[in-house]
Design a protein around this ligand. Structure first.
Ligand SMILES: Cc1ncc(COP(=O)(O)O)c(C=O)c1O
Length: 396
C-alpha cells in the first residue's frame, strides 16, 4: 500500500532526540531557544516562539491580537477545523468566506463583502502549502483597520513574492504535525516582528510566568517568578526542539524533492479531461504539503469511486480539505451558511500520495493508474475492482 504521507525523519533526527534525553534538560530549554532562533532566521521574521502545536499557536495569536467575545474574525471554512476553533477559544465568531478554485485559498473579494463593524481580524490560511494572496489581505486589513493573522500550518518552506512565509504579517502560525512538511511529532511556531507580541507570547505559553525555567536555572542569585496573567501550558519540549533544528536544516531540500514529485504529477495529468490541477501562481512558491486534484462534476466517475478504485490498486488517497461549517460541531450555528465553492471543493477533490523519498516506481505507478482511470471514465468505463489498470509490474 502506498501511504498518503510520511514524515521525513532520519538517524540524525533520532540522534538529536537521544542526545537531548541524556542531556538532562528535556522540557522547554536551550534546544527550543535554538530552534526558535534558527526558525526566525529561516523565515526572515524578527522573532519566533515555539509552542505545543499550531492550534495553540493560533489560540495565543488570537489573544495577543486582542480578539475577544463579540468580535468577528473572517476565515475560510475550507480548512482544518483548528483554524475556526482558535477563534472560538477566545469567544469570538468565525465568519466563513469563500475560497477560489485552483488556489484553495480565500477570495479577497468575498472577504471584503463579509466585513462588518464587528470584524476585528482576517485569518488567512495558506492551504495545502499554497500561499494566499498576502498583499491583497494586507490592503484589506489596513483599509478597514483589521488584524491580519496567517495560519501557515501547512506552509513551512513556502514563499510569497520571493520571501519565505513567516515574515509578512504580525502573527504567523506553523505546524510540525507529521502530516506537515517537517515534523517534531507534534509542535508549532509563531513568528512575529513585534517585540511586545514576542514577550507576551513567551509568557502566555508558560502559565503567564514572568521568567522562564532556564533563566531561573542559570541565575547565580535566587529569583522568584510571578504569574502576571492567566496563561497556559503550551510549551514545546527540548526533545522536539532538537528534532526541529535538524528538520529545519533539511526543509529546503525536502521542499525541492516534493516539488519534483508535484512537477511529475503536473506533467502526467496535464490535458486530462474532467480535472483541475492545483495552481501555483507566478511569484508564489508552494511546498506542496499536499497534491490535491479537483474532479469536475461532469466527470462520469465520482470522486469516492475513484478513491475506492485507487485504494483497491494499493494507493491511499484522502478527500479534499474539509469544510468546517458542515461539521457537527458547527452545524447549528452555521444553519443557512452556504459556501458553494468550498463545499464543491471538499466533495470533489482528491489528495494523492506525496512524501519524501518516493521512488520513481511509486510516482509513476500512481500517475499511470490515475490517468488510466480518468481515460477509462472518459470512454465510459467506470473504475471498479474489475477494471484492469496500468501496473508496470509494481509489486505490493
Ligand atoms: C490549516 C491548518 N490549521 C491548523 C492546523 C492545526 O495544526 P496542529 O495539528 O499542529 O494543531 C492544521 C493541521 O492540520 C491545519 O491544516
Amino acid at each position: 500500500m502506498i501511504a498518503i504521507a510520511k514524515p521525513y525523519l532520519t538517524e540524525e533526527d533520532a540522534q538529536a532526540a537521544y542526545d537531548t534525553i541524556l542531556s538532562g534538560w528535556i522540557t522547554q530549554g536551550p534546544k527550543v531557544q535554538e530552534f526558535e532562533e534558527k526558525f526566525a532566521t529561516y523565515t526572515g521574521a524578527k522573532y519566533a516562539v515555539a509552542v505545543s502545536n499550531c492550534t495553540t499557536a493560533l489560540h495565543l495569536s488570537m489573544i495577543v491580537a486582542g480578539i475577544g467575545p463579540h468580535d468577528e474574525v473572517i476565515c475560510p471554512s475550507l480548512s482544518y477545523i483548528a483554524t475556526a476553533n482558535a477563534i472560538k477559544y477566545v469567544g469570538a465568531k468565525p465568519v466563513f468566506a469563500e475560497v477560489e478554485y485552483g488556489t484553495y485559498n480565500l477570495d479577497p473579494v468575498d472577504v471584503e463583502r463579509r466585513i462588518t463593524t464587528k470584524t476585528k481580524a482576517i485569518l488567512i490560511v495558506h492551504q495545502i502549502g499554497f500561499p494566499a494572496d498576502i498583499d491583497a489581505f494586507q490592503t484589506l486589513a489596513s483599509k478597514y483597520n483589521l488584524k491580519l493573522i496567517e495560519d501557515a500550518a501547512c506552509a513551512a518552506g513556502s514563499a510569497y513574492k520571493g520571501n519565505k512565509i513567516g515574515c509578512h504579517s504580525e502573527l504567523v502560525c506553523f505546524s510540525f504535525h507529521p502530516r506537515k512538511v517537517i515534523s517534531t511529532g507534534d509542535g508549532g511556531m509563531i513568528t512575529t516582528n513585534r517585540s511586545d507580541y514576542y514577550e507576551r507570547l513567551k509568557q502566555l505559553r508558560q502559565h503567564g510566568m514572568s521568567i522562564n525555567d532556564r533563566v531561573r536555572h542559570e541565575s547565580k542569585r535566587i529569583v522568584f517568578e510571578d504569574h502576571v496573567e492567566i496563561g497556559y501550558n503550551y510549551r514545546m519540549t527540548d526533545i522536539q526542539g532538537a528534532i526541529g533544528i535538524k528538520q529545519l536544516e533539511k526543509l529546503d531540500w525536502i521542499v525541492a524533492e516534493r516539488r519534483k514529485v508535484a512537477r511529475f504529477y503536473d506533467e502526467a495529468f496535464k490535458g486530462l479531461p474532467f480535472i483541475k490541477l492545483p495552481m501555483e501562481q507566478k511569484g508564489y512558491y508552494s511546498n506542496y504539503q499536499s497534491y490535491s486534484i479537483y474532479i469536475e462534476k461532469i466527470c462520469p466517475v465520482k470522486r469516492n469511486d475513484l478513491m475506492q478504485a485507487l485504494l483497491d490498486s494499493g494507493i491511499s488517497t484522502r478527500r479534499g480539505v474539509m469544510t468546517t461549517h458542515r461539521e457537527t460541531a458547527y452545524k447549528v450555528e452555521c444553519l443557512g451558511v452556504s459556501l458553494v465553492i468550498s463545499e464543491d471543493m471538499q466533495d470533489n477533490s482528491i489528495i494523492l500520495p506525496l512524501y519524501v523519498p518516493m521512488t520513481q516506481e511509486e510516482v509513476s505507478y500512481i500517475a499511470e493508474t490515475f490517468v488510466a482511470m480518468i481515460k477509462n471514465a472518459n470512454s465510459g468505463l467506470m473504475p471498479s475492482r474489475n477494471i484492469s489498470l496500468v501496473n508496470n509490474g509494481h509489486k505490493r
